[in-house]
Design a protein around this ligand. Structure first.
Ligand code: ADP
Ligand code: ASP
Ligand code: MG
Length: 418
């Protein structure tokens, strides 16, 4: 189970949020703003919401692969770019989207203003590349809304308590949107993306995955932590801690999507398992001869995002993101530890709140994997998740097989209810 320190409660605007009714935060991801035509479509959608008497705050991601391209550019010029300068660079993509969208809104005859994270009052700590929000000073947003403008906030970024530009971790525009929804007392936080909701598995891997109607915060935390990249994990934690209801839906249609909210009985009485997730981007480390405290403190100081942690006898096993391998190795060498790393494993997990009250789920998982000739190398569980590390090449077949075994392609897997 992934643990992340929780974001601080944003200091709310002078007025209590409940008196500011009719505010909506609408977030659009990279594919949804990938070119000029799509940005125009987003502008149209924002204007429609504005014309329906809503105070509209939009959070935009960078266009298409802009952030990846900027990260690559940084590494082209320097093998180890300084974190402060990297944030200066990669925060630019979101500003481009906001300014262009504001221009498109002006052409539709409406008022709009684009703001950087800093101008929007998003204050963070000083941890470049993975900054935490410590405060939201929303006065400027309120003033623009009061003046009848649509407000476009650059996602994924803020300004640190040292006045430097920071970014909130990959996928961080989701967090910008959720944090603003909390600080503004918005009625909803709508996450517009390139799929029409959270599915029973990644639709790119499982063709007959179904869109879920409703998912609890706890389930979504486990889904996001184990590979359902449709929502950034930290944004889900923030939404749960501040009771922000999320609606994940398509940028390309009007159809309703998936609601993320408190668990209710209707979620439990429907399907037992909500989804199958996977990831292939983690490195599995085994370390001998070190105390857990010393190891994990050193990794934390180095800023490494440790995920799964296991201790068997004197051996410690942990996973960390593949791209953080150089930093992880340097930390392990610095400790003088005996260690090994494996890059050939991926993870497949099943998640579902109904698992708590239904024995036999684990047995079914292992039987199914055995039928495929797979014996998991590492298994970890939480009350609502079973995660197995298996050979990376077997991950996608395993996802499809488990999706079939738990009949997640059936209509009642979606948990439809009003
Ligand atoms: P955005 O750019 O809008 O933030 P992301 O690429 O971050 O979009 O997230 C959307 C992608 O998440 C989808 O294209 C899909 O392939 C992937 N995904 C992985 N698991 C799931 C899931 N269980 N349900 C829906 N989408 C998923
Ligand atoms: N553009 C950033 C990224 O690609 C943030 C986001 O899209 O949410 O990670
Ligand atoms: Mg995303």
């Amino acid at each position: 189970m992934t643990t992340t320190e929780y974001e601080a409660l944003p200091a709310l605007a002078e007025e209590p949020p409940s008196t500011r009714s009719g505010t909506v935060v609408m977030k659009f991801g990279g594919t949804s703003v990938a070119d000029v035509e799509r940005l125009r479509a987003v502008a149209r959608r924002l204007v429609d919401a504005h014309e329906a008497e809503t105070r509209v705050v939009a959070v935009l991601s960078a266009m298409g692969d802009t952030t990846d391209d900027l990260v690559r550019l940084a590494h082209d010029i320097s093998p180890r770019p300084k974190a402060r300068e990297l944030d200066m660079l990669i925060s630019v993509g979101e500003r481009i989207s906001g300014a262009l969208c504001a221009m498109a809104i002006h052409d539709l005859g409406h008022e709009a203003i684009s703001l950087t994270g800093s101008q929007a009052g998003i204050v963070t700590d000083t941890a470049h590349g993975r900054a935490k929000i410590v405060d939201i000073r929303a006065r400027r947003i309120h003033e623009a809304l009061d003046a009848g403008r649509i407000v476009l906030v650059a996602g994924f970024q803020g300004v640190s308590t040292d006045f430097d530009i920071t970014t909130l971790g990959r996928g961080g525009s989701d967090l910008t949107a959720v944090a603003l929804a909390a600080a503004l007392g918005a009625e909803a936080c709508e996450i517009y993306t390139d799929v029409d909701g959270v599915h029973t598995a990644d639709p790119r891997v499982v063709g007959n995955a179904r869109k879920l109607h409703a998912v609890s915060y706890e389930e979504m935390l486990e889904l996001a932590a184990s590979g359902a990249s449709v929502l950034q994990l930290r944004s889900v934690e923030f939404a749960r801690n501040h009771d922000v209801k999320l609606h994940v839906r398509s940028s390309f249609s009007e159809a309703g999507g998936t609601w993320i909210r408190e668990e209710d009985e209707r979620m439990l009485e429907k399907a037992l398992i909500s989804g199958v997730t996977h990831t292939g981007e983690e490195t599995v480390y085994r370390v001998e001869g070190l105390s857990a405290g010393r190891l994990f403190e050193t990794l934390a100081v180095a800023g490494i995002n440790v995920d799964t942690v296991l201790q068997t006898g004197t051996e410690l096993v942990f996973t960390a993101p593949g791209p953080e391998r150089a930093e992880t190795q340097a930390a392990l060498e610095g400790l003088g530890a005996t260690w090994s790393a494996r890059e050939d494993l991926g993870q497949v997990s099943i998640v579902g709140a109904g698992m708590r009250s239904h024995p036999g789920v684990a047995a079914k998982v292992f039987t199914k994997l055995a039928e495929l000739g797979i014996e998991p190398e590492i298994v970890t569980t939480s009350p609502i998740k079973i995660a197995c590390f298996i050979p990376r090449g077997q991950v996608e077949p395993a996802v499809r097989a488990l999706h079939d075994a738990f009949e997640l392609d059936r209509p009642d897997a979606v948990r439809a209810h009003a």
